[in-house]
Design a protein around this ligand. Structure first.
Ligand code: MF3
Ligand code: CO
Length: 256
């Protein structure tokens, strides 16, 4: 069942969304050569605490990993797609493509967002990868209106990514969000006709999160049970926003 939110609930989700945005802005600014992903983790946890929010990812049980995630952030670098774990030993280097994914729970409601940051010059292909991934999210957001269907979102991402010569990660998908971090429906970045294709209705909130590889789509998980990487070693990009269906069209909760 897809849980629709009242206007009052959307206002609460807005507060969670803006907090996540604020945190990601600050982390994005901090992310320069020499900084470790642990430095980002520590800063993020402090900001959440200051805001009276709970880190949404820390302690979250992920069935595919079979255990709880232990960190506030996912910090995934280059060929790492998602679920990269912050580490003191992991210092950012020039040319790194860093994905920062995080979520909060504030007043019972979740916010979840991700950005990809270039550490110095990442080269032409990775810059284009980041741009196309970001564009695919923006195009998908414009499809978030009552009367459209879920596949309008999925196909928009897929079409933009594939027509630009990149590939879509299939193992990880977007999701509904509200009083749970992951609610129905799943929001894949591709169309698979066997999946459900519900009509979008006012009050639904979707976390749309294209994960895009420069090379082939195939992913694998490292022996740490978490870090998902591209099989071919190519770079990957990820952007995510929470978007509400409203009378006035899409409302991106995770940015001003
Ligand atoms: N990338 C996931 C998402 O945006 C992160 C949640 S899983 C966790 O939905 F393990 F990091 F908590
Ligand atoms: Co998400």
């Amino acid at each position: 069942m897809i849980i629709r939110k009242t206007p009052a609930e959307l206002e609460k989700m807005r507060r969670s969304g803006l907090l996540v945005w604020d945190i990601l802005q600050k982390l994005g600014g901090m992310a320069v050569e020499g900084v470790s992903t642990w430095d980002l983790e520590v800063a993020a946890e402090a900001m959440m605490k200051d805001a009276g929010a709970r880190p949404a990812f820390k302690g979250y049980f992920v069935p595919s990993a079979g255990e709880r995630y232990r960190f506030v952030l996912c910090t995934s670098i280059n060929s790492e797609i998602v679920h990269g774990m912050p580490s003191e030993r992991r210092k950012l280097k020039k040319g790194d493509v860093l994905k920062i994914d995080t979520g909060v729970q504030l007043n019972g409601y979740f916010g979840d967002s991700a950005i990809t940051v270039a550490i110095g010059d990442v080269g032409e292909e990775s810059a284009r990868l980041m741009e196309v991934t970001r564009e695919s999210l923006e195009l998908a957001i414009s499809q978030v209106r009552a009367g459209n269907r879920l596949f309008d979102i999925c196909s928009t991402v897929e079409q933009h990514v594939v027509s630009n010569g990149f590939s879509i990660v299939r193992e990880y998908v977007g999701h509904g969000i509200g009083t749970q971090l992951h609610e129905e429906p799943q929001v894949p970045n591709y169309v698979e006709r066997k999946n459900e294709n519900p009509r979008l209705k006012e009050g639904m909130v979707l976390a749309i999160e294209p994960m895009v590889n420069a090379g082939k789509a195939d992913a694998k998980v490292l022996s740490d049970k978490w870090t998902a990487v591209t099989k071919d070693g190519s770079n990957s990009a990820h952007f995510e926003h929470c978007v509400a269906v409203t009378d006035n069209g899409p409302w991106v909760l995770t940015r001003p």
